[in-house]
Ligand binder design. Structure first.
Ligand code: 13P
Length: 252
């Protein structure tokens, strides 16, 4: 049975005090809502990881995650944070390859493959993002592009490695736009991704959690999460408000 995950990507938002309030509220509200095979992940800005992780303590429902990591372990890389540093701080998750990293920081498939390797080598769970921009969707080549993104950054892994990766499909045209993919569009692409993984790795494709991201809100989460191949969500804007985020968690 695949793990269901609702991950909040806070991006570059909140002061430390606000981050701590949001975390307390989520802890308070999620306690009774999360049952069974469900995990909640809070992907905070780097400076807040330690504080939020301490706040969570031994909470076995909610975990913290980073939003990026370096492709290097240590050294003269000013401003960077390595997977080794995150692991030493007991941070279990890291987002890799978010479209904002691809778009604004020029991260490509080969670089992301290295970041995935570093995360796995340190025992972190990468949440690997893929997804097409609007012009590609309009051209009708979105399936080919997403398959290529998955292939470029994940298909060098062993079956054992791949099984530790969580994938997030985030169509770029749905991020922060209020325009969600329809549940059919999400299901179709998730099935394409799973089939593509199965073509190389066989039955283990069934064990991989594939999350949907892009304007997930409390009023559309239920329909999206009901799709057979949608195993949860990667939530941006709506993860910054405790009540809204917990409503999304409940939808799973
Ligand atoms: P929104 O939920 O704000 O559209 O952002 C999605 C996202 O980028 C999550 O990583």
């Amino acid at each position: 049975m695949r793990t269901k995950i609702v991950a909040g990507n806070w991006k570059m938002n909140k002061t430390l005090a606000e981050a701590q309030s949001l975390t307390s509220e989520i802890i308070g509200m999620v306690a009774d809502e999360v049952k069974g095979n469900v995990k909640v992940v809070l992907c905070t800005p780097f400076p807040y990881l330690h504080a939020v992780n301490n706040q969570l303590g031994n909470n076995n429902r909610i975990a913290v995650g980073a939003q990026n990591c370096s492709e290097h372990d240590w050294g003269a890389y000013t401003g960077e944070t390595s997977a080794a540093m995150l692991a030493a701080m007991n941070i279990p998750y890291v987002i890799i390859g978010h479209s904002e990293r691809r778009q604004y920081f020029g991260e490509d498939g080969a670089l992301l493959a290295k970041k995935v390797d570093k995360a796995l080598a340190q025992g972190l769970t990468p949440i690997f993002c893929c997804g097409e921009p609007l012009e590609i969707r309009e051209k009708g080549t979105h399936e080919a592009l997403v398959k290529q993104q998955v292939e470029e950054s994940l298909f060098h892994l062993s079956a054992e490695g791949l099984q530790k990766v969580v994938i997030a499909y985030e169509p770029v045209w749905a991020i922060g736009t209020g325009k969600t993919a329809s549940s059919q569009q999400a299901q179709d692409m998730h099935a394409v991704i799973r089939k593509h993984i199965a073509s190389k790795y066989g039955a283990i494709a069934e064990n991989i959690s594939i999350l949907y991201g892009g304007s997930v809100k409390s009023d559309n989460a239920k329909e999206l999460f009901a799709c057979a191949d949608v195993d949860g969500g990667l939530v941006g804007g709506a993860s910054l408000k405790s009540r809204e985020f917990v409503e999304i968690v409940k939808a799973i």
